[in-house]
Design a protein around this ligand. Structure first.
Ligand code: ZN
Length: 164
């Protein structure tokens, strides 16, 4: 099983860097990284019982790439989020880069995501609820923004198992 120590943790400066767009010539390399990420998501879920997606900078690959691994691994290359709803949702957010910490954040209830798939074909998808907040979280990683920076206020942090 993939070694979870490959996932960069809160405090690593690479998690705060803005990632560069992926070039088409880098696709093979990205597919290789995506395989590792999909394995890490599965391993994380095995250990912690949760985990659906991760962003490339979480393994130190500073490119605009998100991997979803729910029913199957799915690549979102150079994603762009549009049509963010004015309506917001509040939730306790988690992250594979700080597995025992929860952060109360606000996210847009719905949005649309545009991206290139693993065949470099443009795709778009309307997102709501848990998928909407998930992809907003992963997208933030590509700009070097962590959920901790989205904390609603100074009481918005909790260790897992200790929600207020
Ligand atoms: Zn995260």
């Amino acid at each position: 099983m993939a070694d979870l120590n490959q996932i960069l943790k809160l405090g690593d400066p690479r998690l705060h860097q803005k990632c560069a767009p992926l070039e088409k010539g880098e696709l093979d390399q990205a597919l290789e990284k995506a395989r590792t990420m999909a394995e890490l998501i599965a391993a994380f879920r095995h250990q912690y019982g949760a985990g659906r997606a991760m962003a490339a900078p979480q393994i130190g690959y500073l490119k605009r790439l998100i991997v979803l691994n729910m029913e199957r691994p799915q690549l979102l290359i150079n994603p762009v989020i549009t049509d963010k709803s004015n309506e917001m949702m509040e939730l306790w957010d988690d992250c594979m880069s700080f597995p025992n910490l929860l952060v109360r954040v606000k996210r847009h209830q719905t949005c649309r995501i545009h991206y290139l798939d693993e065949k470099w074909q443009p795709q778009a998808c309307f997102l709501e609820g848990s998928m909407s907040e998930l992809l907003q979280h992963e997208y933030d990683h590509l700009d070097g923004i962590l959920a901790t920076q989205r904390a609603i206020d100074e009481r918005s942090l909790a260790l897992s198992g200790h929600l207020p």
